[in-house]
Design a protein around this ligand. Sequence first.
Ligand code: NAD
Length: 357
Amino acid sequence: MSRTVLMLPGDGIGPEIVAEAEKVLHKINEKFELGLTFESGLVGGAAIDETDSPLPDDTLDKARKADAIVLGAVGGPKWDSLPMAKRPEKGLLGLRSSLELFANLRPAILYPQLASASSLKPEVVSGLDIMIVRELTGGIYFGQPRGVRELESGERQGYNTYAYTESEIRRIGRVAFEAAQQRGKKLCSVDKANVLEVTVLWREIMEDLRREYPDVELSHMYVDNAAMQLVRAPKQFDVIVTGNMFGDILSDEAAMLTGSIGMLPSASLNSEKQGMYEPCHGSAPDIAGQGVANPLATILSAAMMLRYSLGEEKAAENIEAAVSKVLDQGLRTADIMSEGAKKVSTREMGEAVLAAL
Ligand code: NAD
């Protein structure tokens, strides 16, 4: 059975980190005889430079046909002054909405080897293992109408719309309840139901779903409290489910609990389990081209792809074990560097994972 993986390096450090993930995938493909074939495409700023579009038809076509996608990151100062519709980020948002990748799974795991990298006290974070399930194709980032308009007074007003349909809430709720069933059976739904009607409905649907998953303990929390609890006592959480914007913010906060955003993978899935896999971080223009970026989040994203879209659990575990092994060996890129460790480049880290496979 031949399955296709589309590699989309994107911008900034994207090409450097995706190159390392691709090497790892080639090796794992051989080792486990997975029958994967690889394609590549342009997205984001790199695509704008070549084709004038952040998401060229050719890329969208390949993405639709692929079984899974590995993406680096998009964006950078070079394209920041373009009109909103032509920005690199539109490429990413376009892929998410065209493929209906509505469920974003972002684990925040603290590797014991990196406990000192967290800005919180080790006793607060050691053993941390949270999964944030973020709705990705609805909410305020996509709601219509939106724009900047001129009021009768002559003053300009910016506006966006925060809306969720019942079915959008239900399908993300199911993904989260199922994730909780496979983990610690605790689900916390985060909303702002004291102020926003859309999240009153969100809470109602989550309560409704509770009956279908009696083994999962459901709780609710306002987003401002959740932001606080994540730094006060993060280990109280198992799975968190929330909307697009709150999830965007909380998952970055959770990422920092683990010390480095350079360690965290993510998966975005649709109802057919087709998925796009990318590191949680951005294109890091400040370090692009220097060979110092941490490729582990992208390599771990490739492992998530094997697990969630391709059903290759053993191959996924092999990659995760190899990452853990290189950390045990004391190898660190600059972002996770600590005293006594050996500093390595992006490529050296990729090579070390290859050797550990
Ligand atoms: P960023 O995640 O790119 O960088 C934040 C900080 O983390 C920087 O200091 C950077 O050097 C560091 N960092 C990030 N990834 C790293 C890695 N793998 N190894 C070592 N250090 C790493 O966020 P930002 O600076 O807010 O955004 C930069 C650009 O990325 C912007 O154009 C933004 O729009 C874009 N962005 C893209 C995505 C995406 O493609 N999914 C996500 C977020 C931001």
